[in-house]
Design a protein around this ligand. Structure first.
Ligand SMILES: [Mg+2]
Length: 316
């Protein structure tokens, strides 16, 4: 029955001009989504035939395993989802330098990419060359927060990202891709506004780090803690969700035609954003409890191909 309905809806949308997103008014699109949701209530999913979905994937722990190899099935699943007309994009804490190669691995060139946990949004200039330009950056003065952190974590390693993409760091760390990054003194880190601060404290456990950060209070910034005592700091009020709302508007997609997937505390903002607007937010099984609790759904782990499981079920 739902398949019959799907065929009908496809035909209804087969207007002379391609690009149904542009020709359907937002209100009409929302109604169409509702209609189709009523018809396909069996699986409770918002996917139907009402046009493309904005599919947003985190990179580390979602698309990639810890050793940077792709999660099982993810490359084919992304290819199929994109071929079905959906907009598949990435939203990551990584800088653009660390993100571009992943687009190549996945074989996609989305119109927008969200980097640096929402502080940087890039727009495609040339798909074949994977050339992108920065269309939105958020910065903040990191002097206060860095000074405060250094008082408590004198041995930590610090890295900042500048709005143009340049990265400055104090101490070498294996985990960091420091290609094209510059080693500077601690004082030089705060010489200009930054998009992002990363603090890694190898001698701390994740739990120690969480309680320390809570104790010192980081009120003027947004932050998220990853595995191995990794602290990511963004401008206040900025997260993947704030950047994605800009992107969604630029793409002209309805707010409920959104599906986001991630595994970490830096994904909580985009989970809340997606759910608030009637979209789907899916956490990876290996993520922390508090991250899974915020998501509307949980898929299998990155090792087990959690993204492929969700994308493979779209449009079925
Ligand atoms: Mg992640």
């Amino acid at each position: 029955m739902s398949e019959d309905r799907a065929t009908t809806a496809d035909e209804t949308e087969a207007l002379p001009e391609p690009g149904s997103v542009e020709v359907v008014e937002p209100d009409d699109a929302a109604e169409l989504v509702e209609e189709i949701a009523d018809e396909t209530v069996a699986d409770g999913s918002p996917e139907g035939t009402a046009g493309p979905i904005l599919i947003v994937l985190d990179i580390d722990g979602t698309v990639l395993l810890e050793d940077e190899s792709p999660s099982p099935g993810v490359v084919d699943a992304v290819k199929d989802a994109a071929a079905a007309g959906n907009e598949v994009m990435l939203a990551t804490g990584r800088s653009w330098d660390g993100t571009r190669g992943i687009l190549r691995v996945l074989g996609i060139a989305p119109e927008y990419v969200v980097c640096s946990n929402g502080a940087v949004v890039l727009k495609r200039v040339d798909a074949d060359d994977l050339a992108y330009e920065r269309v939105h950056t958020e910065t903040f003065d990191a002097t206060t927060v860095l000074t405060l952190l250094r008082e408590h974590l004198p041995d930590a390693h610090y890295l900042v990202e500048l709005p143009g993409g340049e990265r400055l760091y104090t101490e070498y760390l294996d985990d960091w891709n420091l290609l094209a990054a510059h080693r500077v003194s601690f004082e030089e880190l705060t010489a200009q506004p930054v998009c992002r601060v990363v603090v890694v404290s190898p001698e701390h456990e994740e739990g120690d780090f969480l309680s320390l950060v809570e104790r010192i209070g980081l009120n003027q910034v947004s932050y998220a803690i990853g595995w191995t005592a990794w602290l990511d700091i963004a401008p206040q009020g900025v997260d993947k969700g704030t950047a994605l709302e800009l992107v969604r508007g630029w793409l002209g997609l309805p707010a409920d035609r959104v599906l986001v997937m991630g595994d970490g505390r830096n994904d909580v903002g985009m989970f809340e954003w997606a759910l608030r607007n009637g979209g789907r937010a899916i956490a990876m099984a290996q993520g922390p409890d508090e991250v899974r609790a915020v998501a509307g759904e949980v898929t299998t782990s990155v090792q087990e191909g959690g993204v492929a499981a969700i994308l493979g079920a779209l449009g079925r």
